[in-house]
Write a protein that binds this ligand. Structure first.
Ligand code: ADP
Ligand code: XUL
Length: 519
């Protein structure tokens, strides 16, 4: 029996997934989630983070993530699983967050003592006790400085896959280096959350891989190397402080003695950890270009694997490395479930009523349209919230419901053409993917079949699948990615587009584009 372990260190929790692969048997044998607030109240986090009064500065204590890894290993050890049989381990983490370590960290990692808790042994190693995380938006000035030093937004997006974003690591490092020069001077290593967690398992500083390194505004996306110009524009002497970038499937060593002696792991191989979005791409089975993923969560995201390092001509999307090779494109819509809930609540509906409204109204809504911008929008960039209506009575609940869902689906179609102009199929996931009627509208607007990925922890499953692929590769067995994910990502629902509705939306799409781009 071969088992593989994947972690996901996300904003609010740490998840572990163990898969078993033995011939035709491919199954999840362990899955556990540790919620940070509940399990580690001593760190004082809310939803995994500590936010300033104005909400712009958002950090988390890296010691808490270490404590969670230690606790999770204990849960694994008492689960009855044979940890000595786990062949390989990797993980993923929330993207963009950075961890700052001093020169003594190398020795602390090498000399981890199984008789003592992990987090306490790192106390002297942090040159900055907190990590800025992806929710931080306090670096607008640093973004402007970086953008102008790099020759403008378009040049930076072409080079690194994204224009400068507040949460991206370059702006965060730039802010720390100028706000706390002595803290920066004491910093020997700047890790991402992913490479910090991998370092704990390895007992030495671990490398990054292109999937997560591309969330920093520092990596030359095409070359998959640090861009010397971007490093120089960010902070003095940054090159020697960053981990190297290795292939996602490279073996970085075996799990450190700390974990073997304390919890009974064997000589499991380790690979670099990736970002949660790139890892979820694998966990959802999105391993071949042409297939699009849509996640209907708090916000909606559209993403997919792409072969070449393209970039969004409108500058709203991101391109990351894919841990399955190639690249991944991602576009985020702030008005996702939030906007659907606003319309639902304004008309006193529950989700069943919302679905009934979609069933009772015709595709195209008789020409009525609205824009979905209940809050400022990322894609397209809409700075001021405000919903516009055309031929729509706002007291007509059923038609308002159809209008919001059609507007969102058309926006997804228009702003994902740079990812996949005509996707062959769409994989849907996220909380709102339970709603068939919403999925039907999306299938009709795209003119593509939708398959729903069964809900599960896609990022930690993706990590376990990456561990399997990399361990086999290290043994000289090259497994195709379709075969790596087979059996783990089977859909639980299929929705076919309705040809009559597809024809309606083909006519409506240019009209919506004009309506939504013309203030
Ligand atoms: P996130 O991971 O971003 O926190 P989820 O993917 O868990 O979010 O999705 C949660 C959202 O799913 C809720 O905000 C809710 O609006 C939406 N949702 C739940 N059930 C339904 C339903 N039946 N129809 C439409 N949306 C739903
Ligand atoms: C992606 C992003 C978030 C975090 C959340 O750019 O900021 O999705 O990765 O974990």
């Amino acid at each position: 029996m071969a088992t593989y372990l994947g972690f996901d260190s996300s904003t609010q929790s740490l998840t572990a997934t163990v898969i078993e692969i033995a011939g035709p048997i491919r199954r999840i044998v362990f899955e556990h989630v540790l919620d940070f607030d509940a399990a580690f109240p001593e760190y004082g986090t809310a939803h995994g983070v500590v936010a300033s009064g104005d909400g712009r500065t958002v950090t988390a204590p890296p010691a808490m993530w270490a404590a969670a890894l230690d606790r999770m290993a204990g849960v694994l050890a008492s689960s009855g699983l044979d940890l000595s049989a786990i062949r390989a381990i990797t993980g993923s983490a929330q993207q963009h967050g950075s961890v700052y370590l001093g020169a003594e960290s190398g020795r602390a990692l090498r000399e981890l003592d199984p008789a003592r808790p992990l987090a306490a042994q790192l106390e002297g190693s942090l040159s900055r006790p907190v990590s800025p995380v992806w929710m931080d938006c306090s670096t607008t000035a640093e973004c402007a400085g970086l953008t102008s030093a790099m020759g403008g937004e378009a040049a930076l997006a072409r080079l690194t896959g994204s224009r400068a974003y507040e949460r991206f690591t370059a702006a965060q490092i730039r802010k720390f280096a100028s706000a706390d020069p002595s803290g920066y001077a004491r910093t020997d290593r700047v890790h991402l959350v992913s490479s910090f967690m991998a370092s704990l398992l390895a007992g030495r500083h671990a490398p990054l891989e292109p999937g997560d390194a591309s969330g920093m505004n520092l990596m030359d996306l095409a070359a998959r190397r640090w861009s010397p110009n971007a490093l120089e524009a960010t902070a003095p002497d940054l090159a020697r402080r960053l981990p190297p970038i290795h292939d996602s499937w490279s073996v970085i060593g075996e799990i450190a003695p700390y974990w073997r002696r304390k919890y009974g792991f064997g000589a499991a191989l380790l690979m670099p950890w990736s970002g949660d979005n790139p890892s979820a791409l694998v966990g959802l089975g999105l391993v071949t270009p042409g297939v699009l993923g849509i996640s209907l969560g708090t916000s909606d995201t559209v993403f997919g694997p792409i072969a070449q390092p393209a970039h969004d001509p409108e500058g709203a999307g991101h391109v990351f490395g894919s841990p399955a090779g190639g690249y991944m494109a991602l576009t985020c819509f702030a008005n996702g479930s939030l906007a659907r809930e606003r319309v639902r609540d304004a008309h006193g509906l529950d989700w069943d009523g919302f679905s009934a409204a979609l069933r009772s109204t015709p595709a195209g809504n008789g020409g009525a349209m609205m824009t979905p911008w209940f809050v400022p929008e990322i894609t397209p960039l809409v700075a001021q919230a405000g919903v516009r209506r055309h031929g729509l009575d706002e007291t007509d609940g059923a038609r308002m419901v159809r209008a919001i869902v059609e507007a969102q689906a058309m926006a997804m179609r228009l702003h994902s053409r740079w990812i996949a102009p005509k996707p062959a199929a769409i994989r849907a996931t996220g909380g709102a993917a339970v709603n068939r009627e919403i999925l039907q509208v999306i299938a009709d607007v795209f003119g593509a079949e939708i398959v729903r990925a069964a809900p599960r922890n896609a990022a930690s499953l993706g990590a376990a699948l990456r561990a399997y692929h990399a361990e086999r590769r290290a043994e000289g067995e090259l497994i195709e990615w379709e075969d790596v994910v087979a059996g783990f990502t089977a859909p639980d629902l299929r929705i076919e587009p309705d040809p009559a509705a597809v024809a309606v939306y083909a006519r409506m799409l240019p009209a919506y584009q004009k309506f939504s781009s013309n203030p």
